[in-house]
Design a protein around this ligand. Sequence first.
Ligand code: ADP
Ligand code: ZN
Length: 635
Amino acid sequence: MRVLVPLAKKEVVGIVLGERREPVAEHVVLRNIIAVLDEMPIVTQEQLRLWQWIAEYYMCPIGDVMAAALPAKIGDKSYSFSPVKKRRVRLPEYTGEIEPFHTLDAQQATALSQIKTEWEAHDTTLLFGVTSSGKTEVYMHLIREQLEEGKQVLYLVPEIALTTQLTDRLQKVFGEQVVVYHSRVTDAVRAEIYRQQLYPKPRLIVGARSAVFLPFKDLGLVIVDEEHEPSYKQQDPAPRYHARSVAIMLAQMYGAKVLLGTATPSVESYYNAQTGKYGLVTMKGRFAGLQLPKITMIDLSRQYHRKEMYGHFSDPLVERMKSELEKGKQVILFQNRRGYAPMMECEECSKSPKCVNCDVPMTLHLRDRRLTCHYCGYSIPIPQSCPSCGGKIKIHGFGTERVEDEVHEFVPEARVMRMDLDSTGKKSAYQDIINAFGKHEVDVLVGTQMVSKGLHFDDVSLVAVLNADNLFNQPDFRCYERAYQMLEQVSGRAGRKGEQGEVIIQTFDVKNPLFDYVMAHDYERFYAEQIAEREAFNYPPFSRMITVILRHKDVMKVHCAANELQRRLSQVFGKRCSVVIEPGISKIQNLHIRTIQLRIEAKANYGRAKAMLREQVQQVPELKNVQVLFDIDPM
Ligand code: ADP
Ligand code: ZN
């Protein structure tokens, strides 16, 4: 139950975690509870156990877990859980027709029965099915069985952009049993969904990662769709949890089964399936015998050299676009940078205007006529000349706005829309863009990774990646994995209704072996190479990583603290402890950052390693006032 308690000079809402009868130590000051706010518990025992597990595993205060778990409204003392009170928000109701299920094709039917067989021996099973193999239909059959048994189902999706098409489809068969829970749903609605979950009934919760925090009663099944998606990991603030890991823990508490679904498994999950920790079911063909798209590579160095470019489009791409658009088809263009150009640079001194708060160049946003920092939002009008030397400044690189402008130039009659963080700021913007493109009111959709995810449009015959290089030119051992997933997923948007789709990938690095795997849609070979590398260099899943992040306004302070902590940690952890790392972006929002990384053998006792780490952190006097954060299993 919630209670109102005095904290410093304020009254705050807290949750009773337990009761203690023994006397407390002398220096502990006890305060009286001002009021008990609820008539019955509003957090279940299972939730408390899950919070506890998250706090321990991810090394954060349980209060942070609570803050992430409860809709903000519930933290308001005037919020009442009583069912009799009126003034409740009504959850959206479904008024459409209920449609029958599709009949599964042979591949889907086999997968369905294999999944059930795998569940007999493994609580978690990985469904590895290529894009458009019909995974969603398989999920729907599994969901129906659970609901009919009176059970609840949690269906996690990585990106709220995905939920519109998906919930439409789910509501057509499950009607009002479908409940959508994510950050774009208003807090009042979220609180009401939470409240109703305390009165259990069969329901399908479709949600982003925070849906794992809802109260459940008879949870029978958790589906983690697109399980490979990095956005399942919360980066900031704490708890820095991975929703896939939490979902597996949640399911275990209820004796529920877990299905991880994807066309491009994470290396970790595929490894778990290969080594027998998870069950594995594959679907290698697309539904209705549709072929996987044909992929063509374009060598940008050659194109530039021969001057066969139109802006950032190679001549062959321009030609293919024109021809598809003439046939009345639609095109998706992918560029993983928003804004007009990632930075401006002085022709004289080569400096780029940087953010005053962060150690990053600012991105040019031509639509707003401003330079903007993507880390803190700080922005300035576009400077006319170099702020440091007065020289002429030029534009460097390109983002989605520039792509959009170039398309307007070479196919002026085409209707173009952009989907990225800037164009989807308003509440219904995602839906509006997806609807417009779905109704073919738009011919060309330009977007960031948002366009790569699970969307289905019947008329898209061509997908192009304008520059694949920035996908893998990054200092991160997962960058090839991410690049493979991105390219395979974005390719999956091409080809529908019986026609093979086409994908064009532009790059300066055509010889990169990554593209062989992508062109052959050969995940297994790609995985074999990756896992061998991970083993050779002792990366996860062969080790587990912890990043210790130190932040402070004063660069010397954070520097000294990091050195001292590193010295102690390397005494305890030996070679498992890295040197002090100055990250690529070493200052964000006026806080200087240093990190130290620990790599613990997969077989070692992880809990003990964390306890040892905590002990060392507590002993470093230089850490006083320095922010110390832990990122467990960082991504
Ligand atoms: P995935 O989730 O594997 O990418 P989907 O489940 O979205 O694939 O299926 C791809 C497309 O094929 C969707 O448009 C879906 O409606 C259609 N589809 C899949 N299975 C069936 C089926 N058994 N009967 C009719 N249509 C189906
Ligand atoms: Zn900034």
